[in-house]
Design a protein around this ligand. Structure first.
Ligand code: ADP
Length: 233
């Protein structure tokens, strides 16, 4: 088991009588190489959960362990080390470094770790060979998101966390980006946790977790996984 979450609680609020549970008693586990889709309406706690898994946010109590390493109450230094070495992030708005080229954006991320993957092979897999010397502003949104997936996978992280990665993209670019996730999941056995409100995407996942008001309402293994090319919405 790669990731184990037990009885996780995350509250907001300043006094005991005024606590709001953004996540309540959340438990699930993820195996290495699993593609997990987390579904649920806006405000149900998806980003909060992803931020906790990425050690961006702290949590009140419960256990979160990744490869046996506990994320509870990490110091800033330990949290930074963990984020740098173990996690690849893909955000809705790409967050590329504007004055670095496609290749440099990916190389920068690879340089953070000792066991990075081959950058040019990744650029090839992403279909970005002809664009690798361009700057982010010179390529489309879909291409920029592909670069950000390249940046995430280059570190060969334990886990890739993707928060609405197609939220800013049109249908065709969304499909291209999702097929890249599919490819890195298969080719590099990358473990991916992707948050979305597009329920059609549950068909491409190995595991589908549905949240509502901070609570897991279902956690299902998908035995009938489909290729993104077969999924329509
Ligand atoms: P989702 O990603 O599913 O849209 P979020 O994880 O962003 O949901 O938010 C879950 C709930 O926690 C929401 O009701 C949101 O208003 C609340 N929340 C998130 N961040 C904060 C914060 N910093 N302070 C107070 N409430 C917050």
């Amino acid at each position: 088991m790669l990731l184990e979450i037990k009885n996780l609680n995350k509250t907001y609020g300043d006094s005991k009588d005024n606590l709001f549970y953004a996540l309540k008693n959340v438990s699930f586990s993820v195996d290495k190489g699993e593609f997990v889709v987390i579904l649920g309406p806006s405000g149900c706690g998806k980003s909060t959960l992803l931020n906790i898994l990425g050690a961006i946010d702290k949590f009140d109590d419960g256990e979160v362990t990744i490869n046996g390493y506990s994320l509870f109450n990490l110091s800033e230094t330990k949290a930074t080390q963990y984020r740098r070495k173990n996690v690849g992030f893909v955000f809705q708005n790409y967050n590329l470094v504007p004055n670095l080229t496609v290749r440099e954006n990916i190389a920068l991320s690879a340089s953070l770790v000792e066991d990075s993957l081959d950058i040019d092979e990744i650029i090839d897999s992403l279909g970005l060979t002809d664009h690798k010397e361009k700057f982010p502003r010179q390529i489309s949104g879909g291409q920029q998101q592909r670069v950000s997936i390249g940046r995430a996978i280059a570190k060969n992280p334990d886990i890739i966390l993707a928060d609405e990665p197609t939220g800013a993209l049109d249908y065709k670019s969304s499909k291209e980006v999702l097929s890249i996730f599919e490819e890195i999941n298969q080719k590099y056995q990358a473990t991916i946790i992707m948050v979305t409100h597009n329920s059609a995407l549950k068909e491409m996942a190995d595991r589908v977790i549905t949240l509502k008001d901070g609570v897991i309402v279902s956690n299902e293994v998908n035995n009938n996984k489909k290729a993104i090319s077969e999924i329509e919405w």
